[in-house]
Design a protein around this ligand. Structure first.
Ligand SMILES: Cc1cc2nc3c(=O)[nH]c(=O)nc-3n(C[C@H](O)[C@H](O)[C@H](O)COP(=O)(O)OP(=O)(O)OC[C@H]3O[C@@H](n4cnc5c(N)ncnc54)[C@H](O)[C@@H]3O)c2cc1C
Length: 282
C-alpha cells in the first residue's frame, strides 16, 4: 500500500473507494483478495488512520461492539476470523476462546483488526492500493466511469467508484437547539468531549439507542454524579446513576428498559449491577 499525499496528478484507477472507514476498508480487502490482475485501487480518506469512522474511532475501552466477537468476522468464508484475531491478541491468562466468542469486545480493537487484515490482503495480492488523505468534493459520472474532484489533489479518473462515506451526525431535532451556546450541546460521537463533561453536570441525552448506552457508560466510567435525563420521542425519563446514591423514590416509567432506566430503578429489582444491564442491551 502506498499511503501518501501526492503532489503530481493522480493516475487513473480501476476502482476508487471514497471513504476509508470500516465499509471502505472491507471493500478494499475484498477487491484485493479477489484480484487476479494488477488492478489499481485508490482509497480517498481525510483521516490519517484507516478504519476509524464513527464506530471505531473511539479510544475508550468502555465502548463495546454491539455484536459478539464470533459474529464480527470481515470474511464470509472465515466466519470466526475476528474471534481468531481477538484470541491471538489477548494477553496470556486472559479469557478462554469459548467465552471470548460471546463477549462484546472493545470497539477500538475492531478498527485494529481491519487494519491488520487490510495489510495482509495488500501483501498477498497483485492489485495495488493507494491511499490518498483527502476529501472528495465532487463526483461527475461518465459513460466509462467517473471523474472525482478532490479538495486538494485535483481530479481522479476512475473506472468504478464505491461510495463508503458512512453516516453523518444529524443536527439536534429541537427548536432553539442551534442557538445553544458553544459547549452546551455535544454529539454523542464526540467521545472525548463526552468524557470531559463535568461529573456534577445535569444532562439530557436525546435519543435512546446504542449511542446513548455508550454515553452513559462513559459518564459512569467517569463517576458521573449529576442527573441524567434520557429523552426518546416525546417521553422524557429522569434518573440518577446508581453509584451516585440511592435510586429515586419515584422510579421513571419504564416501558422497555434502557440503560438509563436500569441505572436507577431496574437495578435494585433485577439485582444486577448497572454495567451488566447496559451490556445486556447490546
Ligand atoms: C457509535 C456507533 C457504534 C457502532 N457499533 C457497531 C458495532 O458494534 N458493530 C457493527 O457492526 N456496527 C456498528 N456500528 C455501525 C457502524 O457505523 C458500521 O458498522 C460501520 O462502521 C460503518 O462503516 P462505514 O464505512 O459506512 O462508515 P464509517 O466507518 O463512518 O466511515 C466513513 C468514512 O468516510 C469518510 N468520508 C466521509 N466523507 C468523505 C468524502 N467526501 N471523501 C472522502 N472520505 C469521506 C469519513 O472520514 C469516514 O472515515 C456503530 C455505529 C456507531 C455510530
Amino acid at each position: 500500500m502506498s499511503e501518501d499525499t501526492p503532489t503530481a496528478p493522480l493516475p487513473p484507477c480501476d476502482l476508487a473507494i471514497i471513504g476509508g472507514g470500516a465499509g471502505g476498508v472491507l471493500v478494499a480487502m475484498q477487491a484485493l483478495r479477489q484480484a487476479t490482475a494488477p488492478l489499481r485501487i485508490v482509497m480517498i480518506e481525510p483521516r490519517s488512520v484507516l478504519a476509524q469512522g464513527v464506530a471505531y474511532a473511539t479510544t475508550h475501552g468502555e465502548h463495546l461492539l454491539n455484536v459478539p466477537a464470533v459474529r464480527m468476522s470481515a470474511f464470509d468464508d472465515r466466519p470466526e476470523d475476528f474471534l481468531d484475531y481477538v484470541g491471538a491478541t489477548t494477553p496470556p491468562g486472559g479469557p478462554e476462546r469459548a467465552s471470548l466468542a460471546h463477549a462484546f469486545i472493545e470497539r477500538r480493537r475492531y478498527g485494529e483488526y481491519l487494519r491488520v487484515r487490510l495489510a495482509e490482503a495488500i501483501a498477498a495480492r497483485p492489485a495495488q492500493l493507494q491511499v490518498v488523505h483527502d476529501r472528495v468534493a465532487e463526483l461527475e459520472p461518465r459513460t466509462d466511469g467517473a471523474t472525482l474532484r478532490l479538495a486538494r489533489h485535483g481530479e481522479l479518473q476512475a473506472a468504478g467508484v464505491v461510495l463508503a462515506v458512512g453516516n453523518t451526525p444529524k443536527p439536534l431535532p429541537a427548536r432553539g437547539a442551534p442557538q445553544l451556546p458553544e459547549g452546551r450541546s455535544l454529539a454523542a460521537w464526540d467521545f472525548d468531549a463526552v468524557k470531559a463533561i463535568p461529573r456534577d453536570a445535569d444532562l439530557c441525552i436525546v435519543g435512546s439507542g446504542l449511542s446513548m448506552v455508550d454515553t452513559v457508560l462513559s459518564l459512569a466510567e467517569n463517576g458521573h454524579a449529576g442527573t441524567i435525563h434520557d429523552c426518546r420521542g416525546t417521553r422524557c425519563f429522569r434518573c440518577r446513576i446508581a453509584m451516585a446514591g440511592p435510586p429515586p423514590s419515584t422510579p421513571p416509567r419504564c416501558r422497555r428498559w434502557t440503560c438509563a432506566h436500569a441505572c436507577a430503578s431496574c437495578v435494585p429489582r433485577r439485582k444486577r449491577p448497572w454495567p451488566t444491564a447496559c451490556r445486556g442491551s447490546r
